[in-house]
Ligand binder design. Structure first.
Ligand code: SPV
Ligand code: MN
Length: 627
């Protein structure tokens, strides 16, 4: 007899009991039983991914009031509380056993103390509710990339989001043996108000136990904190990848169409709200993933899969002009969960959607009217900047056909992009793998945004855009990247992009959002050596004539030489300062930085100083020679 199954039996229907009996892994039963014992739900619902179960979850999300239907069929809205509008860095901690320590840059708490605290908060948290059990496959099922996950939650919204974001995993759990390893998540929204919003935000805790591969999340609903398989399981995957010699990355994956019908796959790492999804969504290209990629060396080729199969994307700025593909999907019938938008007459509104917003409605603060202020007297915007949509990739006309290829796609290029108003040019190619990993990846710097709670606009190092998720020593992550590329027959070509460069005097952005399409097409050509480049101190930069042609072809825009010169001028003082900030960070905050990082940054410094001797502080691209 399986004691864990028997323990849960009173809370399970006969059908749900049977569903659990089909899974041969006793650790699965043990984990669910422990969650049930701790959180004490009235009942347990086990989702076996059948269309009835998926539909049931969708219906319950509405019945309980966690979601409300909107006018367009398939569309619903969910609200998170005013203090639960982004990933919460303060509340997210690693549970670290006594005697161990993670890098100082990482938020951590002694494991026993943290477990006692979070379990205290989860105690009886599901009383009067149903605990939903979901199984997922991270990455395509039955592939070398696959990682299985199991989440127990009391939120139908979270369970519903998982239907859109992840591939079903129940069958894989049934088929895999009794010892199969899997990631675990226990989540409770905690105490809710009459609008089904978590109220005890001061008791929000998101703790990551890498010893047991388990995540605990409580008193939060924002998907980045509650949908455990997104950024929380990602942290565990980074550790697993480190042990097994592959890479788990905060990267989108896209197919870029080049001349003669060829398609070239790129992965791109960008911190949150820095253009990752909108790059992957460029019209005419195809999207394979927008957030998390697993990359493996398969026969000395870098191959990548999307861990997810949906998008939890930012709405701000999505309009018919800048993001036509996603805009269309959001305006037509189909399954979409909107969160933290403004709702008026059954329609969702968000900032920057390209139309006038209503003067009143319902938003994340309840009833909203123009002029409404918060407790500090600050005006409340109609919709939160971090308002989001959740949608399946398969609902998009530009979804890449290789999404479920168990071998992934071959990566030819990698881009790293931050929010850098001062230093890096809009696009440049690294001199080699190591230079790219260090100068564009490890030194990736960005200004903080609304996607995390806290002050915006503060420049900080965001190593390879995984600073918030890194769970191994930072230096080790850099070494892993360096080593990974060295073993490949033909490592992906690395590019640095920066969509946020501003004029030093006027502060204006030097590029329009759609210009990124030109950079992407240029990178595609560079991968195949179809165009030349100029040797600047920070990398290989485009030639004017190539960009001029691309601007015409891709955007039907005249590209003026003076704009090119402004955008691709190498700003020596700003670049030197950038290098110093990166060096300081790695010297002061990281104890295991590889010496190579300092050496490669110093070489960049030397190149800048040398160029400065001849050309001064601000060097027009016309001064650089062809490679
Ligand atoms: C991000 O913030 O990087 C996201 C959304 O992709 S979250 O799920 O919050 O991580
Ligand atoms: Mn992300």
């Amino acid at each position: 007899m399986n004691i864990h199954l028997e323990m849960m039996r009173p809370k399970l229907s006969q059908i749900d009991y049977q569903k659990l009996c089909m899974i041969p892994n006793p650790k699965v039963h043990e984990f669910i039983a422990e969650c049930a014992e701790l959180c004490n739900p009235d009942s347990i619902f086990v989702c076996n991914d059948s269309s009835e179960d998926i539909e049931y979850i969708r219906r319950k999300a509405i019945e309980t009031g966690e979601e409300t239907p909107l006018a367009i069929p398939g569309h619903t809205v969910h609200f998170d509380g005013p203090y639960d509008q982004g990933r919460d860095r303060e509340a997210t901690k690693y549970l670290v056993p006594k005697g161990e320590q993670l890098s100082k840059a990482l938020n951590q708490i002694e494991r026993e103390e943290g477990l006692a605290e979070v379990k205290g908060l989860l105690k009886d948290a599901m009383k009067g509710r149903t605990m939903i059990v979901r199984f997922v496959s991270l990455g395509p099922p039955n592939s070398v990339f696959t990682i299985l996950g199991l989440q127990c939650t009391d939120s139908w919204y979270v369970a519903h989001s998982e239907s859109l974001l992840f591939r079903p995993g129940y069958e894989a759990f049934c088929k895999s043996g009794s010892h199969k390893k899997f990631l675990r998540v226990l989540h409770s929204a905690g105490r809710l108000d009459e609008n089904m919003v978590s109220v005890e935000y001061d008791k929000k805790r998101i703790y990551i136990d890498y010893i047991e591969n388990t995540i605990y999340s409580v008193n939060t609903q924002y998907a980045g904190n509650s949908v455990g398989f997104k950024k929380l399981a990602f942290r565990l995957a980074i550790r697993k990848a480190n042990q097994e010699g592959w890479l788990a990355e905060h990267m989108m994956i896209m197919g870029v169409h080049g001349p003669g019908g060829r398609k070239t796959y790129f992965a791109g790492a960008f911190p949150s709200a820095c253009g990752k999804t909108s790059t992957a969504m460029l019209p005419g290209e195809s999207i394979l993933g927008d957030d998390i990629a697993y990359i493996r060396d398969i026969n000395s080729v870098a191959r990548a899969v999307n861990v997810e199969c949906g998008i939890f994307g930012i709405l701000q700025g999505i309009n018919s002009k800048d993001d036509p593909v996603i805009y269309k999907a959001l305006m037509n019938p189909g399954e979409v969960i909107f969160s933290n938008v403004l709702v008026k007459d059954g329609k969702p509104y968000w900032l920057g959607m390209g139309c006038e917003l209503p003067k009143d409605g319902v938003n994340y603060t309840g009833c909203w009217w123009e002029g409404k202020t918060d407790e500090h007297g600050n005006p409340i915007p109609p919709a939160h900047k971090n308002a989001r949509y959740t949608i399946s990739l398969r609902a998009l006309e530009n979804c890449d056909p290789e999404l479920d290829n168990p071998s992934g796609v071959e990566l030819s290029g990698i881009m790293y992009g931050g929010r850098d108003s001062k230093a890096y040019v809009p696009v440049q190619q690294s001199f080699n793998w190591e230079h790219g990993v260090i100068c564009y990846g490890a030194a990736l710097e960005t200004e903080t945004t609304f996607a995390t709670i806290g002050k915006e606009g503060v420049p900080e190092i965001n190593m390879m855009s995984i600073q918030d998720f890194i769970s191994i020593p930072l230096g080790q992550n850099i070494r892993n990247n360096l080593t990974f590329g060295r073993k490949l027959k033909k490592p992906p070509v690395i590019f640095g992009v920066n969509y946020f460069l501003r004029d030093l005097e006027t502060g204006e952005y030097l590029n329009a959002p759609e210009d990124k399409h030109v950079w992407v097409k240029w990178m595609e050509l560079r991968v195949h050596k179809d165009v030349g480049a100029l040797k600047a101190p920070t990398g290989l930069i485009p030639r004017y004539e190539d960009l001029k042609l691309l601007f015409k072809k891709v955007l039907d825009k005249e590209y003026r030489k003076e704009d090119y010169i402004k955008q691709f001028t190498i700003r020596v003082p700003e670049n030197l300062a950038k290098i110093e900030r990166a060096k300081r960070f790695y010297r002061e905050k990281v104890t295991d930085t590889p010496e190579e990082l300092f050496r490669i940054l110093d070489q960049q410094r030397e190149r800048l100083l040398k160029a400065k001797e001849t050309f001064g502080d601000y060097i027009s691209p016309e001064n650089f020679e062809e490679e």
